[in-house]
Ligand binder design. Structure first.
Ligand code: FAQ
Length: 318
């Protein structure tokens, strides 16, 4: 849009783009509230991908075979890539990447609660692929239709890769379930630990979600937290049955009237506690990210000095 349009015209263009289910692009005027919401969600998502490299990354050196190591390395590397696409999408709305990282390591911006839990055995790698990537896909496929163009387009590629991640997790678990009794126990024990935190990934219940209503009106989010959580439960039950593991919820049962599985109460106190920074691994995750940021300072300085030198040389030649 050009600067010659009046405020009212700019606002009408924004609203009509959303009504018509079209995408808003970096050139378009958007209200400050929309910009803030989208930057908040994209930044939290980018931080989750970057911090999310840690729990599985811890198993790269201990993977049980060369094949499993190669797969895990590729997966963790994909997550770094997702973080980078997402930071780039946030930059199109005027956010500064260094500032976002600073907000993450100083605890002013959130990342997904799920990455504050430890990975105790190699079965956790499989269960993260199955449940955590499974929940991520459930939440993120609708975001491919998010109203902000750069975010929606980043999500298309991210979802393709997440879907591959989910399959590798499930394949690892199927292999372990065909193995020894001890391996089957490891898979069950990891499932027991990750099930409830995976349900928390979808965010607070709709009644306690301050952002959902506005984000749905702006079509940043296309479904509520509870709708997506239910979709995930419905999808996971038959997968657990095919795998031969049980899900740790005595209240989980098919409700023919609703056409969905009912499930037991989620411990929202645990969720809030993790968000406040008191989960099992919050301090460790942030300390690790801060250390990586400090260790990489010389690389950023060298790259900036090189770019400045190249620009000066170009200026002299012109
Ligand atoms: N953890 O009003 P709502 C992945 C915050 S990527 C921490 O419902 P909203 C890939 C929320 O930000 C996983 N904080 O908020 C992978 C808000 O905070 P604020 C990340 C949470 O935005 C796999 C407050 O609570 N995915 O897994 C959580 O409408 C394997 C109130 O909540 C995304 O980020 C939580 N679970 O809905 C990587 C997807 N839930 O800023 C490695 C995009 C809520 O107001 C290995 N994001 N909060 O103080 C979304 O879809 C949404 O932002 C929600 C939250 C659904 C997460």
């Amino acid at each position: 849009m050009t600067a010659t349009l009046s405020d009212a015209e700019l606002e009408r263009h924004f609203e009509r783009t959303i009504e018509r289910d079209q995408r808003l692009e970096p050139r378009d005027w958007v209200p400050e509230g929309y910009r803030k919401t989208v930057v908040r969600q994209i930044a939290q998502h980018a931080h989750s991908e970057i911090i999310g490299m840690q729990p599985e990354g811890a198993w790269i050196t201990r993977a049980p075979s060369l094949r499993r190591k190669a797969i895990l390395l590729a997966k963790v590397q994909d997550e770094a890539g997702h973080g980078l696409y997402l930071y780039s999408a946030a930059e199109t709305l005027g956010a500064d990447r260094a500032d976002l990282t600073d907000k993450l390591i100083s605890g002013r911006q959130k990342y997904s609660s799920i990455f504050n839990y430890p990975t105790l055995t190699f079965a956790d790698v499989g269960v993260i692929g199955w449940l955590v990537d499974g929940a991520a896909i459930c939440n993120q496929v609708p975001l491919c239709r998010s109203s902000y163009g750069p975010y929606a387009r980043a999500m298309i590629r991210i979802c393709k890769e997440e879907s591959f991640h989910q399959r590798q997790g499930y394949e690892l678990l199927m292999t372990m379930m065909r193995g020894t009794e001890a391996q089957r126990r490891m898979v069950q024990e990891a499932t027991d630990r990750w099930w409830w935190p995976s349900l928390m990934m979808f965010g607070p219940p709709d009644a306690d979600s301050p952002n959902t209503e506005q984000s749905m009106t702006w079509k940043v989010k296309r479904h509520t937290n509870d709708e997506l959580r239910q979709r995930f439960v419905d999808m996971s039950v038959p997968q657990a049955e095919a795998l031969g593991v049980s899900l740790p919820d005595p209240d989980l049962k098919w409700n023919a009237d609703r056409g969905h599985y009912d499930f037991g109460p989620i411990d929202w106190d645990e969720f809030k506690n993790v968000l406040r920074g008191n989960g099992p691994c919050n301090a460790e995750r942030i300390a690790h990210r801060r250390r990586a940021q400090e260790d990489g300072a010389w690389v950023r300085e060298a790259a900036a000095a090189h770019a400045a030198k190249q620009a000066a040389l170009k200026g002299r030649a012109a």
